[in-house]
Structure formats: structure tokens, C-alpha cells
Design a protein around this ligand. Structure first.
Ligand code: COA
Length: 161
């Protein structure tokens, strides 16, 4: 029997957007199992706690199969290895993402040769999205309903951030 192909999709997800969910759906067409890996990432000073970020993603996936959502706070390559994942998925929204992502991909390869990084292109409608933009728009009362799951939009618009 061939081995299950497991990929991880890491990020801060503060909060998850429709752009992230688009990448998750695309990844599920390619892999047997996907682990959405939510980094604690305290250096980014996230707006939402790790539990909130994990739960938002779980809720946004609406019981989708072959995907799980896990928090992590160690080296990404160690986390991937521990979970038998051989591929790290990153979304490339614009050329400007490329340099940083290439650097990270090369560093991850340096740390673990057995893990490949795969860059995926999001839908055009989400290629300008970022979690900070979403929070900024929400702060000023702008409409974010088409850009994030409804419950994330409601939560952000009810907060005083
Ligand atoms: N749709 C919408 N937004 C997207 C997106 C998509 N498809 N893909 C990326 N983004 C946005 C995010 O919302 C985020 O926006 P923000 O900066 O406004 O919050 C931004 O792109 C950056 O994404 P982020 O999730 O913070 O990822 P990152 O590329 O900075 O990497 C980790 C985060 C967790 C993957 C990385 O820090 C890591 O691997 N940490 C573990 C420690 C480690 O192993 N370090 C060595 C790495 S070489």
C-alpha cells in the first residue's frame, strides 16, 4: 500500500481569511491529508489567542474531511517531521512575497532535506488579502464580509481593536 501523502500549511492565521481557506481547498486536491499548522508566533503580537485562531479555522472548514488544525510552537521542519508531513505549503499572493518565501523555503530545506516547500497561487480575488489589512478595514468599520468567514467578520467588527 502506498504511503499517505501528508502536507502542512503553516501560518499565523490572525485571523483566517477566505484566502487561506482557498489555499486549504486547493491543497486538499493534491494531498491525502493536510495539517493546518497555527504558529503561536508571539513576536507578531497576535490579536487573537492561539485557541481562538485554531477554532476560527476549524469552524471555517465546516467539517471538511482529511484536514486537521493544530497549534505549534517549535521549528516548522521539526513539527512537519513529527507529523510525517513531507511538504510545506505556502501561498504566494504577489511577486513581493517571493523573496521572503524563497529565503524561508531554502532555510527550511537546510534544516531538513526531506521536506519540500510547495508554493501555491491563490484565487485572483484573494491575492491582495492579508490578515493585517482585514483588521485595519474592520477597525474603520469597512465591509470585510466577502473576505473572511462570517463569524470572523462579526467578531472583528464587534471588537475595539
Ligand atoms: N490569503 C490571505 N492572506 C495570506 C495568505 C493567503 N493565502 N497567505 C499569506 N497571507 C498573509 C497572512 O495573513 C499574513 O498577513 P499579516 O502579516 O498581515 O498578518 C502574512 O501573509 C504572513 O503570513 P504568516 O502566516 O504570518 O506567515 P509567514 O510567512 O510570516 O510565516 C510561519 C509564519 C509560522 C510559517 C513561520 O514564521 C515559521 O515557520 N515559524 C516557525 C519557526 C521556524 O521554523 N522558523 C524558521 C523559518 S525559516
Amino acid at each position: 500500500m502506498s504511503k499517505k501523502k501528508i502536507a502542512i500549511y503553516p501560518g499565523t492565521f490572525d485571523p483566517v481569511t477566505n484566502g487561506h481557506i482557498d489555499i486549504i481547498n486547493r491543497s486538499l486536491n493534491l494531498f491525502d491529508h493536510l495539517i493546518v499548522s497555527v504558529a503561536l508566533n508571539p513576536k507578531k503580537n497576535p490579536t487573537f489567542s492561539i485557541d481562538q485562531r485554531v477554532n476560527f479555522i476549524k469552524k471555517g472548514l465546516k467539517g471538511l474531511k482529511n484536514v486537521e488544525v493544530l497549534p505549534f510552537d517549535n521549528l516548522l521542519t521539526d513539527f512537519a517531521h513529527f507529523n510525517d508531513a513531507s511538504v510545506i505549503i505556502k501561498g504566494l499572493r504577489a511577486i513581493s512575497d517571493f523573496e521572503y518565501e524563497l529565503q524561508m523555503g531554502l532555510m527550511n530545506r537546510n534544516l531538513d532535506q526531506s521536506i519540500e516547500t510547495l508554493f501555491m497561487i491563490p484565487s485572483l480575488e484573494y491575492s491582495f488579502l492579508s490578515s493585517s489589512f482585514i483588521k485595519e478595514i474592520a477597525k474603520h468599520g469597512g465591509d470585510i464580509h466577502k473576505l473572511v468567514p462570517t463569524f470572523v467578520a462579526e467578531k472583528l467588527l464587534s471588537m475595539n481593536i
